[in-house]
Ligand binder design. Structure first.
Ligand code: FMN
Length: 368
């Protein structure tokens, strides 16, 4: 599958298509690379000692094809903290509320340890994650929520391309001032942590201040016509997250996949109940319970995860059809059935081509 539409950033990174795929799944990332996109391995949910094994699996799967990694590095987290230590600091009213929900929904405890039950987002965790990723062969290093000047400098010194997810002109300017090399303009429509500005309004504003720095569009994008539209707005490609959850390679829990297939854009909501920061997720009874009358305002990051991390781990481990949710964007409209990454990439590229033909048709016979 050769692409007729490659942007300068595709040339620089050595990829065939202007499609960037964020995923927490090694298998999805390998398949995106093989199909000519640029995979970005989400490592924000990984324990530092696991990161070298994950990246070894990525590299074993894709050989020397280029890939990126992504970390979430919010500021204002504790220097060092443990789940046990922070549990003691949780407000009693919140603990009682969650206990009530555990009983009401008959939440079984998780059996397997996971990031959500054992880790607290802290400076110490971030430093260990950063050390683990800088030693890899990743071509790109992306960061979300926060920016670290030292990480950007160290990554660039190692010849890595630095990406920053930004949700506002102010964030974008800060990233530019720190020397970030690719801006990912991620709009309100996106799955995961988002700002209040929609993708269609955000991208041109970021393009306008970015100068020569390439911009990617993210949030709500799941079709080739949208990728082409992003490029028409001045972006050099699109960054997709939600769509890959429909791929077999993602091993999405069956009840979550059913929920994603049944959901429309309006079934995704912004909530602080997941992490403590505004995050777009697909609704479930668990998420809805946090907006019922009498529900407390969620705690901040990282306390909200300490409060609810075991329930999140449990609903995924036990594939709880009533409670299970995940970060998901308005792009969920495009999830109609389980498929494969290769099929998704092929559909995206074909749809880009169709959209291009449509535009040429509108341009008329004398437009050259
Ligand atoms: C399940 C899921 C988890 C995500 N986790 C992260 C993350 O850890 N770090 C990050 O930078 N972005 C994360 N994102 C956001 C993606 O990087 C991307 O910006 C977003 O998915 C784009 O919007 P879309 O979901 O409509 O495609 C996540 C998205 C999803 C769907």
């Amino acid at each position: 599958m050769n692409s007729y539409l490659r942007t300068p950033l595709c040339e620089r990174l050595g990829i065939r298509h202007p499609i960037f795929g964020f995923s927490h799944s090694v298998d999805v990332c390998v398949a995106i690379a093989k199909a000519g996109g640029f995979p970005v391995v989400g490592l924000a949910r990984e324990m530092p000692h696991e990161i070298p094994h994950i990246l070894a699996a990525v590299e074993a799967g894709m050989g020397d094809m280029p890939y990126g990694i992504d970390l979430m590095l919010p500021s204002a987290v504790p220097q060092e903290a443990t789940v046990e230590g922070l549990r003691a600091a949780l407000p009693a009213a919140h603990v009682d509320f969650v206990e009530g929900l555990r009983q009401r929904f008959e939440v079984e405890p998780p059996n397997k340890p996971s990031f959500f039950t054992t880790q607290v987002r802290s400076e110490a965790l971030f430093e260990a994650q950063i050390d683990a990723v800088l030693g890899s062969n990743a071509r790109g290093i992306a960061t979300a929520i926060g920016l670290r000047a030292d990480l950007i400098d160290r990554a660039k010194a190692l010849g890595k391309v630095t990406f920053s997810l930004v949700g506002s002109v102010r964030h974008a300017q800060k990233a530019l001032d720190m020397g970030v090399e690719v801006l990912v303009a991620q709009g309100y429509d996106a799955g995961g942590h988002t700002g209040p500005v929609g993708t269609l309004s955000l991208v041109p504003q970021i393009v306008a201040i970015a100068g020569d720095v390439p911009v990617l569009a993210a949030g709500g994008i799941a079709t080739g016509a949208q990728v082409l539209g992003s490029i028409a707005m001045g972006a050099q490609g699109a960054w997709l997250g939600t769509l890959w959850m429909a791929a077999r390679e993602n091993h999405t829990p069956p009840a979550l996949l059913d929920r994603l297939i049944a959901s429309r854009s309006e079934d995704t909501v912004i909530t602080r109940a997941h992490s403590g920061k505004p995050c777009r997720v697909v609704r479930s009874d668990w998420i809805d319970a946090w907006s019922e009358p009498g529900a407390p305002v969620p705690l901040g990051m990282p306390l909200q995860q300490v409060l609810t991390g075991d329930v999140f781990a449990s609903m995924h481990e036990h594939d709880d059809a009533r409670l299970i949710y995940e970060a998901a964007g308005q792009s969920v409209f495009a999830i109609e059935r389980e498929t494969t990454v290769a099929a998704q990439m092929s559909t995206l590229v074909q749809d880009m081509e169709l959209a291009w033909q449509r535009l040429r048709g509108f341009a008329g016979p004398n437009s050259g």
